[in-house]
Design a protein around this ligand. Structure first.
Ligand code: ADP
Length: 882
C-alpha cells in the first residue's frame, strides 16, 4: 500500500495522475492537494511515501516548497512541470527533488519506473538517517571523552587546519597565547611559537607516516614545564588524511625522574671515582653486580672479571661460614664495624673492615659493600702489641733486675761501710784514720745515691707499694730533726720544729716513706742555707672541705730563681748544673719526693725568693684509721689467744719450724707441723686448722702445688712464707690462691699482722725490745725475735749448729761430686737462717749458689765460712747462759 501526496491546484491534473496510478496497478491511498497549512503539518506528510508536486501551485512553486521542506531528506519529491527546461531541472534537483517530469509525458510505464526507484530511494534515505543518528551518538561520545580527558587532543588535516580539538588542548594553548584556533582554522599560525617550534616539525614527519612521541621542555617566561606529545597519522585508505596530537603534562614525572637521574649520576661518580673499594652484591644469588676500580685492585682482578663472580669466591674459603654469621649480626646492629678478609686472585688474604648498606639497584635488592683495607692498621696494632709486650717484659726485667740489684748492691755497701767502721776502731795512723773517714763518708754518700736511683726506678716501674700504718707523727718528725741536728749545728743554723696543737699526733701513712720525704727536704734546706734557720712546721689545713696534714719546711737559704721553680721536681734537675758547682747532689731527691707524695695522693708546692729562702709545703690526706688499730698489742695477743686458733705450719726447715712454733706458742695458738706438702694436705683435712703457714719450697710437694690441692676443697686462709721478697714471687703466690705473704726470717709482728688480718684483729708491728744483756751475743736479729727468752735463743743456736753441721758435710760431698742441684738445695735451706743470725756474707754467697751464679771459689769460700760460723756460734752458745 502506497500513500501519495499530490500538491497541485489543478483538479484535472489530479484526476489524470490518479488514473495513471491506478492503471499502473497501485492500490493507493492518494491525498490530493492540500493547502499550505496542511503542507506544514509534519504529521500528515510523515505518513506519505512519495510526494508529487506541481511546478506551480496556488501562488507558489515547487522550488520554494523543496527549499522549505524539512522532510525532503526523508520523503522523495517528484516535481511535475507543464514545460521542462534544463536550467529549471538543474535548479529543481539542486533543491533536493527526487525526479523532475513533464506532466504531459506521464505514462503508466514511466509511473511504474518512478515509483520503483522512489521506493528504493526512501529505503536508502532511512538507512542513511539511521546511520547519521549512530554517527551523531558516536560523535557525542567521542566529544565527551575528548572533553573529559586530562590530555590535550586535537587533529589537523593535511593543511594544518583544525579538524577537532578538545577543551584541555584549547585551555592549555590559550594559557600560553591569547587565542586558540577553532575547527577549520590554521593551527600553527594561531599558537604560541614555543609550541609550533616543536609541533610543526613533528606534524611534517607524521605526514609521511611516522608515529612519534617526543618529551620536551617548554619555557614561557619564568615558567617551565614538560610535555609528552604523541603524533600519529590518520589514514583514509592508504593516504594520510590528517594528523592526531595527544599532549600530556609530564612535568612532575620529569622532575622526579631528573632527580633520580641526578642521584644516579652522583652515585655513579662516587661509586666509580671513590678510592674506597666498593662493590654491589645481588642479595638473591650473591653475585657481584658491579664494583669500582679500587675494589678490583684490592682483589687483584680486572673489574670486568669480577662482574658476575660469586662474592664467596672473594672470601677466604675457611672464613665464608663465619663471615655469613657476622654479616647477619652486623645487619641486626649487634656488631660494628664488621671485620673480614679479602681473598685475592693470587690467593692472598687481606684483612678488611666492611660496612654494608642494603639498597635497590636497577630493581634488584643489593648489598652495597664498602671495604677498607686495614692491613696497615693490623700491622701497626701487631707491632704496638709486640712493643707493649716487649716494654712490659723490659719493665718486668727492669724491676727484677732492680730488686736483685738493690740486694746485690746494698749488701756489699753495708759490708764496706760496716767494716770500715770496724777498721776505724783498730790502731791506725792519723793519715790512715783520715783516709778511712773519707772512705766511710764516700760510702755513705754512694749508698744514698744508689738508694735514690733504685727508688726512682721502682716508682717509675710502678713497683713501689706504700705500706701505710698507724704511727706517732711527733716521734717520726722528731727522729728526722734529730738526724739532722748535728749537720745544722756544724753550719750554725738553727733547726726548729713547730708542732701545732691542732696537728694530729698519730697518722696512718707509710712512715718510712714520709721520713724519706722529710729527710730529703730538711737535708736540702740545711745544704742550701748558710746562716739563719730551717723550720719544720706541722699543722692541718682545710682544702676543698677536707682536713689535710700540712708539713712546711722553710729555710733562710740561697733560694731558687723563679724560672727554675716549675722544673725543680723533674729528674736530675739542679739549679746550678755546672761541673764546678758548689753543692753536691744528684738532682733526684725532689723528683723522688714529689712522686712519693703523689703516690700518697698528696701534693707538694714550692715558693722561693733568691737570697731570702725557700718554702716547701706538703699537703697529705691521712689514710683512714681503722678502729681496730687502736687495740693495744697486749689486747691483740689476748684476742688471738682467746680465739683458740689452730695453725698448721707446712715447713721442712727445722730452724724455721722452731721459730714459727716459738711465736705461735707465745701467742697461745694451737699448732701442728707438716714437713712437706703432702703431709700438710692430709693435716688440713685431719687437723682442720683456721690458718696455714705455707713454705714454698718443700720436698715431695711444694707450697704452690699443695695450695692448689687445698683450694679444691677449702677456702682456709693460707699465708706463704718465703725468703724471696720479690713482688713477682708474691704475685705468683696470689695466683696460686694464697692469701698473704710473710718474708723469712719471720718476725713475730708479721705473724700477728697476718693472723689478725684473717680474724679481723689488726695491729701494728711490734717493736723489738732492746736488752743490754744480749749485746755480747751480737746477734740482733735473734735478740729481736727471742725478746729476752734466752732458752729459746739457745734452742735456735743449737738447731743451727746441728743443721748447719749436717748440711756443711753434705755440701762438701756435693762440691766434690760437682752436684749442683744438691748445692742449690742446701743453700736454699740455710738462707733464712743466715739472715736470722746476721750472717750477711754467707747469705750473699748462698743466694749466688741458689741462682747458679757462684764461681767455684765462691762455693769453696761458702764451705769455709760456714764452718767458721758454726765454730763462732758454738763459741757464742757456750758463753751465752740461759
Ligand atoms: P740534689 O741532690 O741536687 O739536692 P734535689 O732534687 O734534692 O737534688 O734538688 C734539686 C735542686 O733544687 C738542687 O740541686 C737545688 O738547686 C735546688 N734546691 C732544692 N732544695 C732547695 C732549697 N731548700 N734551697 C735552694 N735550692 C734548693
Amino acid at each position: 500500500m502506497f500513500t501519495f501526496l499530490y500538491i497541485t491546484s489543478s483538479k484535472d491534473s489530479f484526476i489524470q495522475l490518479d488514473t495513471l496510478l491506478k492503471q499502473a496497478g497501485f492500490e493507493c491511498n492518494f491525498n490530493h492537494f492540500k493547502n499550505d497549512k496542511e503542507l506544514s503539518n509534519k504529521d500528515v506528510i510523515k505518513e506519505v511515501d512519495l510526494i508529487f508536486c506541481d511546478q506551480h501551485f496556488n501562488d507558489q512553486n515547487a522550488l520554494d516548497f523543496l527549499n522549505r521542506n524539512e522532510l525532503g531528506d526523508e520523503i522523495p519529491v517528484v516535481v511535475l512541470a507543464e514545460d521542462t527546461t534544463v536550467s529549471l531541472a538543474r535548479k529543481t534537483f539542486k533543491a533536493g527533488a527526487f525526479d523532475y517530469l513533464n506532466i504531459h509525458e506521464l505514462s503508466v510505464p514511466l509511473i511504474k519506473e518512478v515509483l520503483k526507484s522512489a521506493r528504493h530511494a526512501k529505503t536508502e534515505m532511512q538507512l542513511r538517517k539511521n546511520l547519521e543518528k549512530r554517527l551523531d551518538s558516536i560523535y557525542a561520545n567521542t566529544r565527551a571523552i575528548l572533553d573529559n580527558t586530562t590530555d590535550g587532543i586535537w587533529s589537523l588535516d593535511k593543511d594544518g587546519k583544525v579538524l577537532i580539538i578538545n577543551s584541555v588542548a584549547k585551555d592549555n594553548i590559550k594559557e600560553h597565547g591569547d587565542t586558540c584556533p577553532n575547527v577549520g582554522e590554521s593551527f600553527f599560525d594561531a599558537i604560541n611559537p614555543i609550541f609550533s617550534n616543536v609541533w610543526e616539525p613533528l606534524f611534517h614527519k607524521s605526514l609521511v607516516g611516522e608515529h612519534l612521541v617526543s618529551v620536551d621542555k617548554y619555557t614561557d617566561g619564568d615558567y617551565s614545564f614538560f610535555l609528552e606529545v604523541a603524533c600519529s597519522p590518520i589514514y583514509s585508505g592508504k593516504d594520510v588524511f590528517g594528523i592526531t596530537f595527544i599532549a600530556r603534562n609530564v612535568t612532575e614525572r620529569e622532575l622526579a625522574e631528573s632527580k633520580i637521574r641526578e642521584s644516579e649520576k652522583n652515585f655513579r661518580s662516587v661509586f666509580t671515582g671513590s678510592d674506597v673499594p666498593i662493590m654491589l652484591e645481588a642479595q638473591s644469588d650473591n653475585s657481584i653486580v658491579d664494583l669500582n676500580k679500587a675494589c678490583a685492585q684490592l682483589h687483584g682482578y680486572e673489574r670486568i672479571e669480577m662482574i658476575g663472580m660469586n662474592i664467596f669466591d672473594t672470601i677466604p674459603p675457611d672464613y665464608i661460614e663465619q663471615s655469613q654469621k657476622n654479616l647477619q649480626l652486623y645487619l641486626k646492629g649487634e656488631i660494628d664495624p664488621l671485620d673480614s678478609f679479602v681473598y685475592t686472585k693470587n690467593k692472598e688474604i687481606i684483612p678488611v673492615e666492611i660496612s654494608v648498606a642494603q639498597i635497590v639497584y636497577n630493581d634488584t635488592p643489593c648489598n652495597l659493600i664498602f671495604l677498607y683495607d686495614i692491613s696497615q692498621r693490623k700491622e701497626t696494632e701487631k707491632k704496638l702489641k709486640e712493643a707493649r709486650e716487649l716494654a712490659e717484659k723490659s719493665a718486668e726485667f727492669k724491676s727484677l733486675f732492680l730488686a736483685n740489684m738493690s740486694h746485690e748492691i746494698r749488701t756489699p755497701m753495708n759490708a764496706m761501710i760496716g767494716f770500715t767502721d770496724l777498721l776505724k776502731k783498730t790502731n791506725l795512723s792519723e793519715e790512715q784514720d783520715e783516709y778511712i773517714d773519707i772512705i766511710s763518708n764516700s760510702g755513705q754518700d754512694l749508698l744514698v745515691i744508689i738508694n735514690d736511683i733504685l727508688d726512682l726506678s721502682k716508682i717509675e716501674a710502678g713497683k713501689l707499694k706504700l705500706r701505710p700504718r698507724k704511727f706517732s707523727l711527733a716521734e717520726a718528725v722528731g727522729r728526722v730533726i734529730q738526724l739532722h741536728k748535728n749537720n745544722a749545728k756544724q753550719k750554725s743554723i738553727e733547726l726548729l720544729l713547730q708542732f701545732d696543737s691542732e696537728a694530729p699526733t698519730e697518722v696512718c701513712l707509710d712512715d718510712t716513706r714520709l721520713s724519706q720525704i722529710l729527710n730529703n727536704l730538711v737535708s736540702n734546706a740545711i745544704k742550701f742555707t748558710q746562716e739563719g734557720q730551717v723550720i719544720v712546721k706541722i699543722n692541718t689545713k682545710e682544702t676543698d672541705g677536707n682536713e689535710l696534714l700540712q708539713i712546711i719546711i722553710e729555710d733562710s737559704g740561697i733560694g731558687i730563681p723563679q724560672e727554675e721553680l716549675e722544673s725543680i721536681f723533674e729528674n736530675f734537675n739542679q739549679v746550678d748544673s755546672s761541673l764546678q758547682r758548689k753543692y753536691a747532689g744528684t738532682g733526684l731527691g725532689l723528683s723522688i719526693v714529689s712522686q712519693l707524695i703523689e703516690l700518697m695522693d698528696g701534693r707538694i708546692s714550692v715558693s722561693s725568693e733568691v737570697g731570702k729562702g725557700s718554702r716547701f709545703e706538703i699537703l697529705l690526706p691521712e689514710a683512714e684509721v681503722i678502729e681496730a688499730e687502736h687495740v693495744s698489742e697486749v689486747n691483740r695477743r689476748k684476742e688471738i689467744a682467746s680465739a683458740e686458733l689452730k695453725v698448721l705450719i707446712c715447713e721442712d726447715n727445722p730452724v724455721n719450724v722452731k721459730l714459727a712454733t716459738k711465736i705461735l706458742l707465745d701467742l697461745g695458738v694451737h699448732y701442728r707441723v707438716a714437713n712437706n706438702g703432702k703431709t700438710g694436705l692430709e693435716a688440713v683435712k685431719s687437723f682442720d686448722p683456721d690458718i696455714v703457714l705455707m713454705d714454698l719450697q718443700m720436698p715431695v710437694m711444694d707450697g704452690y702445688e699443695t695450695t692448689l690441692e687445698i683450694r679444691k676443697f677449702s677456702e682456709i686462709p693460707i699465708i706463704a712464707m718465703s725468703a724471696h721478697v720479690l713482688e713477682e714471687e708474691q704475685k705468683k703466690c696470689e695466683e696460686h690462691g694464697m692469701n698473704g705473704f710473710i718474708p723469712k726470717p719471720f718476725k713475730e709482728g708479721e705473724i700477728i699482722d697476718q693472723i689478725s688480718k684473717y680474724f679481723k684483729i689488726s695491729g701494728q708491728k711490734s717493736k723489738p725490745e732492746k736488752d743490754a744483756g744480749w749485746t755480747e751475743l751480737n746477734l740482733p736479729g735473734l735478740a729481736n725475735l727471742a725478746k729476752g727468752d734466752r732458752v729459746f735463743a739457745l734452742s735456735i743456736l743449737d738447731l743451727f749448729i746441728e743443721t748447719a753441721k749436717k748440711e756443711a758435710k753434705l755440701f762438701k760431698t756435693a762440691l766434690n761430686a760437682k752436684n749442683l742441684d744438691e748445692q742449690v738445695r742446701i743453700a736454699h735451706k740455710l738462707l733464712p737462717t743466715f739472715l736470722l743470725l746476721d750472717m750477711a756474707q754467707l747469705h750473699i754467697i748462698a743466694q749466688k749458689i741458689e741462682e747458679d751464679k757462684a764461681t767455684n771459689e765462691d762455693r769453696l769460700f761458702f764451705l769455709k765460712r760456714l764452718t767458721q760460723q758454726i765454730e763462732e756460734i758454738q763459741k757464742k752458745r757456750s758463753s751465752f747462759k740461759p
